[in-house]
Design a protein around this ligand. Structure first.
Ligand SMILES: [Zn+2]
Ligand SMILES: [Zn+2]
Length: 608
């Protein structure tokens, strides 16, 4: 009996044993935080937007417009499709136990044979992270990206065991790529990872420019300039119909600080700090890592690296020629604590306070090879991504308690963003001079701020278009209209490695469980007569404080008995499912009325 109950609860709580992927609805109402992901399941007629008249190009963002993350856009002409980016998003607070959110490709799945190619603008996970989940479902369309981007993708598809099916093509940003009716040219951009590009697409109905993620940095760490000339030519020709541009930092004034300035600050810290230095940064910030390695060499410090993504990325970047590691500079991490502080520098992951990361383990005194000593200086060369603030400040607290001095962006400029601020965005608009403008990448308020900037550069009110995920922009003869049709864009949640569909029920249950605990009610009934035998047994976990619980549970018990009698009058032979549903609703009503709580209710009916 106990076993059966445990299994029952386990199933209730974890979903079921087989299905791993959850599909839940995207909610158009971002303001209503609680349950907003689950309540409104938007349904669109699935087949309607599939048919396209050949005189129109249709542009459909499947992700990246209601969030920072899971970027993906589809461009269609006649039967032919091309895709830009396949990212994922890290889950939001109330998506309990979920690993990632990926774009909804159900519409695209029906058209997989029409995909001419997928362009990946750069190697960040919000642009390539969805590949292992999405690619197999689309029958492995060809991928195109620059050398480093493809190197990072190769690593991921290897990890997922799909490398042999993945077709990877390296593009040279100065060459033209033809994908069916689309002629693609590229321009280099500055960003927080090397080798990022934007795309210029000539379609039969007009020219489209997609910036990818970008900023303008006159002194980038990798010394490769953005392709200003290509952009300026676009503006002089005045032939760009629509510009899609990155809005992440549209609310930030001025220009984004140059990577070189950050390198100089870090260099000063590395020179002047008397003891050991531990620097936490993003593993993909290759340019920053190069500057740190150079400074370490210059000021005679040995470098120790902790964190798998950092080791992997430095390895890939070095192999492909994007980073130069001075000979003999990097030492075995296991010797980190043995080298004299003045002579050592530890590079680590965990700048976001991630649970299992190296820096978090260091802050808890839990790291095998790096124990904080008095006199250590920790530099957090990153800013917290929204939602990570609490985790990272806890890490800072713990490091400080252990005796470290912690330098972060609120103290010195030890980090700069990879995204253009207002002046960078204005410059892009000024150079490209598009007829129409669509702000992409970012939540609504960011994109709206970007729209305002576009008006300052001369884009008319009605020519700046606010789109949502799933909207369809139709381009015909150089003019655009926002279609009334929409394609389905539910939140697709990845829960574990496997795939398969279960409803939003699992998430609702996890949420109820996390917020209000669980009530397990066991009813014994007579197999034939269906009468209740004994009093119902009630157990709770995480529900309410025990002293009050006694009184409440007594009341719940008598409610069940009383209502069960009513049920028996209405339906003399209730089935197990009927009884379970009925008992659940009785308890739910009662606890909600009495306590304003909605615990997870698990009714168990035993027939004897
Ligand atoms: Zn990026
Ligand atoms: Zn991005």
């Amino acid at each position: 009996m106990k076993d059966k109950l445990d299994r029952w609860i386990a199933e209730k709580i974890q979903g079921s044993s087989t299905p791993k992927k959850v599909e839940i609805a995207a909610s158009p109402n971002r303001g209503n935080k609680r349950r907003r992901h689950f309540d409104r399941r938007k349904r669109f007629s699935k087949n309607k937007p599939v048919v396209n008249r050949p005189t129109k190009v249709r542009i459909i963002p499947l992700g990246g417009l209601d969030e920072v993350g899971k970027n993906m856009m589809v461009i269609e002409y006649g039967r032919d499709l091309m895709v830009i980016d396949m990212g994922f998003q890290f889950p939001e607070e109330d998506m309990l136990g979920i690993d990632y959110v990926i774009p909804d490709i159900s519409w695209l799945e029906e058209r997989k044979q029409d995909i001419k190619g997928v362009i990946l603008t750069h190697g960040h996970l919000d642009h390539i992270g969805g590949i292992p989940y999405i690619l197999p479902r689309l029958n492995f369309p060809k991928l195109y990206g620059t050398k480093l981007t493809m190197g990072l993708i190769q690593k991921r598809v290897e990890e997922f065991g799909i490398k042999k099916d993945t077709i990877m093509n390296i593009i040279n940003p100065d060459e033209t790529l033809r994908l069916g009716p689309f002629t693609c040219n590229f321009f280099r951009v500055n960003h927080s990872i090397p080798d990022g590009v934007g795309v210029i697409i000539d379609t039969p109905e007009g020219k489209i420019v997609h910036t990818g993620d970008f900023k303008f940095d006159y002194t980038p760490a990798d010394q490769i300039q953005a392709d200003y000339e290509k952009l300026a030519i676009l503006g002089r020709e005045k032939k760009v119909s629509v510009l899609f541009s990155d809005s992440t930092n549209a609310t930030k004034e001025g220009h984004t600080i140059s990577e070189k300035a950050i390198g100089e600050t870090l260099d000063t810290i590395i020179r002047d700090t008397p003891g050991r230095i531990i620097i936490a940064s993003f593993a993909s910030l290759i340019g920053r890592l190069q500057q740190i390695l150079d400074s370490a060499k210059k000021w005679d410090r040995q470098v120790y690296i902790s964190g798998r993504s950092l080791v992997d990325n430095i390895d890939i970047a070095e192999r492909l020629g994007y980073i130069k590691v001075p000979k003999g500079l990097i030492h075995d991490i296991r010797k980190a604590d043995k080298s004299p502080g003045k002579k050592s520098l530890v590079l680590t992951t965990g700048s976001q306070g991630e649970g299992m990361s190296a820096l978090t383990r260091i802050s808890l005194g839990d790291h095998k090879n790096v124990k904080i000593k008095k006199g250590d200086t920790v530099v957090i060369s990153a800013t917290p991504i929204v939602g990570n603030e609490r985790a990272i400040y806890t890490v800072i607290d713990n490091l400080t308690k252990l005796g470290a001095r912690v330098i972060h962006n609120k103290i010195m400029d030890v980090h700069t963003s990879g995204h253009g601020s207002k002046e960078d965005l204005r410059m892009m608009l000024d150079m490209v001079k598009p007829r129409y403008f669509v702000p992409v990448h970012g939540q609504y308020y960011m994109r709206f701020a970007h729209k305002e900037i576009s008006h300052e550069t001369g884009v008319k009110e009605e020519d700046a278009i606010m789109m949502e995920n799933g909207n369809i922009l139709e381009l015909s003869g150089g003019k655009v209209v926002l279609s009334k049709d929409k394609v389905e864009t539910n939140y697709i949640l990845v829960d574990g490695l496997g795939m398969g569909n279960i409803g939003s029920q699992v998430l609702l249950e996890r949420q109820a469980l996390a917020e209000n605990g669980v009530i397990i009610v066991t009813l014994k009934i007579h197999k034939k007569t269906r009468h209740m035998i004994d009093v119902p047994r009630i157990e709770t976990r995480g529900f309410i404080y025990l002293k009050e619980a006694e009184e409440i549970l007594k009341e719940v018990r008598s409610q069940i008995k009383e209502k069960y009698a009513i049920l028996m009058k209405k339906h003399p032979k209730p089935g197990v499912q009927n009884i379970q549903d009925y008992v659940t609703s009785v308890i739910d009503k009662y606890t909600h009325r009495k306590l304003q709580r909605r615990p997870l209710i698990v009714p168990i009916v035993v027939e004897v």
